[in-house]
Design a protein around this ligand. Structure first.
Ligand SMILES: Nc1nc2c(ncn2[C@@H]2O[C@H](COP(=O)(O)OP(=O)(O)O)[C@@H](O)[C@H]2O)c(=O)[nH]1
Ligand SMILES: [Mg+2]
Length: 261
């Protein structure tokens, strides 16, 4: 990318055209580079108009829930399912932790490390940078880049921040809320927040005490609650099937969005 005077990162249209072409060809370095530009330079959004996002049947899956519920572990398992089906998978893991401390972002990476060497899997952590709504500012743009690069499934892990969990609904075709047992009163708060936007609710950590109580509590309110042990993979194929069923019913309906809960 050529530099311009005192602003070495400013991108001109010619650079963006080339970058968009490379993204369209599935070039991973170009994907990373464009997402970084989109995170740091509003002018890079010009490139989005140059991407070819038409006629792609990309499935965008949001996975939300409180920190520690097991979102990254669930996402890691879902990546395996989609890879077994031969699909190219992109993961955008959004976290509140600052890029400086990196703590939880590192956790996400470790949870998904088994896919690190798979060229058909792209994993990227994004920091919220103080932006409210559970997503990083450039998450939507990054999803468009992955779509243009031919990723067929995009998993977006977002932090569960209760009432502010609305953005993911606009971005994802389906939202999976991951809940861990033992939350007690927090479950009540979640019903008014992130569970409200979910199409599928998952009680993860079924192996821990309290899982059945949590399940019973949620089922009173939502018939479609699944159970998983993400660390062993138990229940993940059922989750993948539920996601597929929702995707198919969504395609059949064309318009109108019915939540499971
Ligand atoms: N016992 C148990 N631990 C789990 C399960 N799923 C995830 N964990 C653990 O819970 C911790 C948080 O998981 P993580 O996926 O990083 O949660 P996230 O913050 O929601 O992304 C990690 O130590 C995981 O190994 C599960 O089903 N059972
Ligand atoms: Mg995580």
């Amino acid at each position: 990318m050529s530099s311009h005077g005192s602003h070495p990162f400013l991108c001109d249209l010619h650079d963006l055209v080339i970058l968009a072409e490379q993204v369209g060809a599935g070039n991973v370095r170009a994907v990373s580079r464009l997402i970084s530009l989109l995170e740091n330079h509003p002018g890079a959004r010009e490139a989005l108009r140059l991407l070819n996002n038409s006629s792609r049947g990309t499935m965008v899956i949001g996975v939300t829930g409180y920190p520690g519920a097991g979102k990254s572990t669930v996402v890691n398992r879902l990546v395996s399912v989609y890879r077994q089906r031969g699909l190219k998978v992109g993961v955008l893991a959004v976290d509140i932790s600052s890029p400086v401390t990196g703590g939880a972002l590192l956790g996400d990476r470790i949870r998904m490390q088994e896919h690190a060497l798979d060229h058909e899997v792209y994993i990227r952590s994004m920091a919220t940078r103080g932006y409210h709504g559970g997503l990083a500012p450039a998450t939507g743009d990054a999803a468009l880049v992955l779509e243009a690069a031919g990723y067929e499934v995009i998993l977006i892990e977002t932090i569960g921040v209760g009432q502010n969990e609305i953005d993911i609904v606009d971005l994802a075709h389906i939202v999976v809320a991951v809940v861990a047992p033992g939350l007690g009163d927090e479950i009540q708060a979640m019903k008014a927040g992130l569970l409200e936007v979910a199409h599928i609710v998952v009680v993860n950590k079924r192996d821990l005490p309290g899982a059945d109580n949590t399940l019973r509590d949620l089922r009173e309110w939502c018939p479609n609650v699944l159970r998983t042990v993400a660390t062993t993979g138990e229940g993940i194929s059922e989750l993948a099937a539920a996601i597929m069923a929702h995707q198919q019913s969504r395609g059949a309906r064309l318009v109108g969005e019915a939540r499971n809960c």
